[in-house]
Design a protein around this ligand. Structure first.
Ligand code: BMP
Length: 214
């Protein structure tokens, strides 16, 4: 995945044609497009392939399953054009290793701590352990919350060379600058871009905010 702007669009728009138009309009402003269940369930898994012709696609399926099921989901995502897949780290060593092996040249990103308030209950207390485990299992990086920059620092100190992708900017209250300053390599932004009347300008503003820090 390239790192030119440090910005990833979370394309949770459920109108497939609108999603493609937004993707085309921001493709030179973002490094990748992350898609999640809302778009895949509304517009079909063909969307992975279609969007992969516009940008690198990260399949945010937050895979949390036994190794065999993890393998099947990761392989199918890659076959359809995903450059990266997001999995939960709490599933443990065997599932994480299976994800990395099934991904081949694609990247696996593991969630260490979720950005919403509920993320404090079970994920936050184990974020460091999960980052250490993920590094041992060969993941490319982690998903850590922009809503809690200290949590990004924790992951950064546990897994120095790996990438950190940070959601929670804008609609959830986090800021791109504080996430990048805390050690994130990329910020993931959804509603503040795709929900805007002018997604291209909204993305450009965040890109400029990141650029001032890089
Ligand atoms: P938004 O900027 O609209 O809040 O979207 C954030 C995106 O990042 C959503 O797709 C969400 O599923 C994802 N995400 C998150 O918000 N917090 C996490 O801890 C992990 C995520 O993948």
């Amino acid at each position: 995945m390239r790192r030119e702007t440090g910005l990833i669009l979370a394309l949770d728009e459920t109108d497939g044609e609108k999603a493609v138009r937004i993707a085309e309009s921001v493709s030179d402003t973002v490094d990748a497009i992350k898609i999640n269940w809302p778009l895949v369930l509304s517009a079909g898994p063909e969307m992975i392939t279609r969007l992969s012709g516009i940008s690198d696609v990260i399949c945010d399926f937050k895979v949390a399953d036994i190794p065999n099921t993890v393998r099947l989901i990761v392989e199918e995502s890659v076959r359809r054009g995903a450059s990266a897949i997001i999995v939960h780290a709490f599933t443990g060593e065997d599932s994480l290793r299976e994800a990395v092996s099934a991904a081949g040249k694609a990247e696996i990103f593991a969630v260490t701590e979720m950005s919403h308030p509920g993320g404090m209950m079970f994920t936050a207390p184990h974020a460091r352990e999960m980052a250490e485990l993920g590094a041992k299992c060969g993941v490319a990086g982690f998903i850590a919350p922009a809503t809690r920059p200290d949590a990004i620092r924790t992951v950064r100190s546990a897994a120095r060379g790996l990438k950190i992708l940070s959601p929670g900017v804008g609609a959830q209250g986090g800021s791109a600058s504080s996430a990048i300053s805390a050690g994130a390599d990329y910020v993931i932004v959804g509603r503040a871009i795709y929900g805007s009347d002018d997604p291209k300008s909204a993305a450009s503003l965040i890109r400029d905010e990141i650029r001032r820090l890089l």
